[in-house]
Ligand binder design. Sequence first.
Ligand SMILES: [Zn+2]
Length: 503
Amino acid sequence: MRTSLDLTRRQLLAGAGAGAAALFLESTGVQAQTPRPQGARPIVFTHTTVVTVDGQMDDVALAVENGVIAAIGPTEQVQPRYPNADVYDGRGKALFPGLINCHAHLSATIERGFNEDFGFPNNLKLAVQPNSLLSPDERVLMSVIGMIEAMKTGTTTIIENVGGIAREAKAIADTGLRCVFAESFNDRENAGVMSAELLVKSEKPTYSARLRDEGMQRIADLHSAWHGKQNGRISVFPAVAHAENCSGELLQAIRGFAEKHDLGYTIHANQSTWEADYMVKWHGLRPIEYLAKYDFLGPRFIAAHCRYVSANEIALLGRSRTIISHQPGMAGNRGANPPIPELRAAGATIAMGTDNNTNDVFTVLRVGLITERMRRNDATPGILPQPEDIFEDCTLGGATAVRQPKAIGSLEVGKKADLIVVNTLKPHLVPSGRILSTWIHNGQPSDVESSMVDGTFVMRNGKVLTVDEASLVAEADKVGQRVWKRVVEAGGPIPIPGRSRRR
Ligand SMILES: [Zn+2]
């Protein structure tokens, strides 16, 4: 019998989900998940808890038909309407809307251990960059590993922000999650993301029309190849990398492209004090003021981070109804939380993301709740934000950010069936009458036992149905071990800042 070990890495990835996974699953007697044809069997979750915008409904059924939530109500009323349904016993389970990750860098998965503990920009001076040691196939592998992590931790929609997505687009799409490909580039010729060192050495920025044209062409090509594909499951947004690396012409071109095709668009904004100092030094404006000058702000625009924003920048973001993608895990790592309540009060919409290294947006929710309670230092501490606030930012805020607020982001009849099933019969989740709060405070990502996107299971009872998880993880581990060894060989052991031998 053919086993997963017989598959080459290329076979695992090329063809991706369906191809390689089907081969593997066939060999193990499990059928691979194929896209659900219209009119396929309805699915009814019975006697379960459904987390809605207004709270939770206990001991109800939720029916999915043709990719859409068709009914929510008492099991004895809903179930008989679907006599041929695939019945999912929902006792001891809770259904949540799928989580939406609005800022990810899947390809940065290889940087785990090289990036989290070295500040921003990363001050670990490696002799060789881990990414440069990957073959093209291995780069795709890292993105797919990130997608599997996202799926297993409750994400059903993800915005991947990187340049050159075309190389891994098919493999990412084949994992079955709802995706936004945010194809990113910049047009500055001299230097990269600002640091203390670069700021001192910085010169007047110069921009390249050639880089601009090439980048815009890449976005246009990706858009025509992928936008709206897979029953609308895939979107393409234009993106620019950083305010300090973009000309006004580029900002206008990006916004123009987004308006023309009715898309969102995104940037990394106000990540460091050096970025703001650089912008003031060479443009006489802080980053958000610079974006405003070129009419870049607005309700289509997702500004990621916004960790260092002035009162005027907060007002500009709020007035323009810009969407802020908040990455609490990364903000915590970098030791700088954005002023989320102030941005919200000014009029901005808040969404959530992971950023580099991790694609587990569930854990980000808890970090976001705790770090914000600490940052607020309220007179009556420990009350705001509530788990429901954070969850709503992630789901409904995320749905607004990906421009699908009527289709996803909550469990409501008529919305697309993007949902996750959480097993609540766990020592850390019982007893509880308010499962959303208990899950955010006490839950573990592995409580997610099943995940459905567009009415199709991508994971069921812990088994990923679209790709061969075990083989891909084993392969990624092999690559990771090799890369770590090569980096250490080239430049010596990876230092641990601030640590001296204590014993
Ligand atoms: Zn980022």
